[in-house]
Ligand binder design. Structure first.
Ligand code: HEC
Ligand code: HEC
Length: 187
């Protein structure tokens, strides 16, 4: 167990690195997560549970990124509207089956974002199986807490739903695939 005081100091230090990115071009202390952070767009407005949909939440909401609260797992769920465009999918139940205990779930909010805080699932044990609405992911998640590490947003070289050589596309559910337990209509 790392003593609390040490953990705090580390978190403050990391946060300084994050703040330093834009202003000073600081490279942080871990090239892989730092590269991900460097590529993220600037904040739109102020941070909230609705912010940065489709982005890898744990790049910031982790010991490394030092944004509070830290998450065990988080992501964003989309649907395709009548025009075939991507839209946030609120009120969707995302169920996570870890390797240790019973499954847990989180509900997507108005931005399609969902998250489980790290201190609410401290012993989350990888690998995981997941399900969003009625769709199950066939493969297992070995170590990533951010869905968006694999389910990336569309870009110039990943048009449409974001699928490409380095991405499975955004997490998609069918329109109307909400759950009463998440404040939605019948599944
Ligand atoms: C680039 C870094 C970054 C990313 C990526 C990011 N966040 Fe945040 N988030 C922050 C910061 C900074 C705060 C403000 C709290 C702080 O400074 O510790 C914050 C705050 C929050 C809060 C707390 C809001 C409140 O009112 O207390 C929630 C919830 C949240 N983010 C959810 C998410 C979700 C879900 C994702 C992914 C879809 C995400 N964040 C992605 C940096 C980030
Ligand atoms: C390590 C990479 C990776 C991570 C992390 C990941 N996924 Fe996936 N996901 C995939 C791949 C690849 C597929 C397509 C093949 C499959 O179903 O396994 C997929 C498929 C899915 C599907 C099925 C899509 C469909 O249309 O049937 C759902 C739902 C899904 N993922 C949800 C999630 C959620 C929710 C998270 C975060 C909690 C997540 N995934 C994290 C790689 C990942």
């Amino acid at each position: 167990m790392v003593p609390v005081s040490h953990g705090r100091r580390f978190a403050v230090l990391s946060f300084a690195f994050v703040l330093g990115v834009g202003a000073f071009g600081c490279n942080g202390n871990d090239p892989v997560p730092q590269e991900v952070l460097d590529d993220l767009p600037a904040e739109q407005g102020s941070p909230s549970a609705l912010h940065r949909p489709g982005q890898p939440c744990l790049s910031c909401h982790s010991t490394y990124g030092a944004a509070a609260p830290a998450f065990a797992i988080a992501g964003t769920v989309y649907k395709e509207n009548a025009m075939g465009a991507l839209a946030a999918a609120p009120n969707v139940k995302v169920e996570i089956f870890d390797s240790a205990g019973p499954s847990r779930f989180a509900c997507t909010n108005a931005a399609g974002n969902f998250y489980i805080e790290k201190d609410k699932w401290a012993d989350l044990t990888f690998p995981l199986k997941v399900r969003a609405g009625q769709r199950s992911m066939n493969s297992i998640i070995g170590r990533e807490g951010s869905c968006a590490s694999c389910h990336k947003l569309p870009s110039d070289d990943r048009p449409g739903n974001g699928a490409g050589h380095d991405s499975a596309g955004v997490v998609l559910v069918d329109d109307g695939d909400t759950d009463p337990i998440c404040g939605g209509g019948a599944p």
